[in-house]
Design a binder for this molecule. Structure first.
Ligand code: SAM
Length: 226
């Protein structure tokens, strides 16, 4: 399928949410499952696989995207030099093999990730402790958002976490139009911002607010019902 979507992604995107995800996964006390449901070229899924390995947490990362070509790229696991404040030189050498100017994900990391093609709002998500569905909601129709949100709430259950991206939040301008916010807005978010997010600006999409409520950080939400 030819993609018309924004496919930009980063290694360890939105660095502040990663320690919070680790904290959540640590409470499980059993092998965990994390789903990267709009994985683009795979950096998000492999960032989580590196995190699990580094933290000694047993588990699987499920990674999917609507675009089969992107999933194939992700499966190859070959990138320009990964850059992130959360990835030390030591990590780089532990988790990637350098081949010329490219960095190939080592099998210890690759084997933790299961890739597939799946469409949000159509396909059933895997049961998981954390659903990372970041920077994808604006690509869905209103109906698909509703179906996907309901399915994700079921997939993560009452104590799971949904992790959103900066573009999944909106702010209402003085003239009434809704504008998407970017990551920088949330980099310095405080607990007060988290509390405010539930009933004042900024807002997640209505379909998300119907099923989820903010948890540890503005980008981390949990299901509304017990
Ligand atoms: C901006 S990228 C997000 C990548 C990553 N989640 C991140 O935040 O860095 C958006 C991705 O959503 C995918 N996408 C768009 N519609 C989708 C759908 N209905 N189901 C699954 N993936 C979809 C696109 O193919 C693209 O790879």
């Amino acid at each position: 399928m030819a993609t018309e979507f924004d496919t930009r992604t980063e290694w360890f995107r939105s660095p502040r949410v990663w320690p919070l995800m680790v904290e959540h996964l640590r409470t499980r006390g059993r092998p965990v499952a994390v789903w990267s449901g709009a994985c683009s070229s795979g950096e998000e899924a492999y960032s989580m696989a590196v995190t699990l390995d580094r933290e000694g947490i047993d588990g699987t990362v499920y990674a999917s995207d609507i675009d089969r070509r992107l999933v194939r790229t992700a499966e190859k696991g070959e990138y320009p030099r990964p850059q992130s404040p959360l990835l030390s030189d030591r990590d780089l050498h532990s988790y990637f093999a350098q081949v010329g100017r490219r960095y190939v994900v080592r099998s210890t990391i690759r084997d933790r990730v299961e890739f597939g093609t799946a469409e949000l709002g159509v396909d059933t998500p895997p049961r998981c402790d954390i659903a990372m569905l970041r920077n994808v909601w604006r690509h869905l129709t209103e109906d698909a958002k509703e179906v996907a949100a309901r399915a994700v709430a079921d997939a993560i259950g009452p104590d799971g976490r949904l992790v959103l991206g900066g573009s999944d939040f909106f702010i209402q301008d003085a003239d009434g139009t809704w504008r998407s916010l970017g990551d920088p807005t949330f980099r310095n978010a405080t607990q007060a911002d988290v509390n405010a997010a539930s009933d004042t600006l900024p807002h997640a999409l209505p379909a998300l607010r119907a099923h989820f409520t903010p948890a540890e950080h503005p980008m981390i939400w949990r299901t509304r019902y017990p």
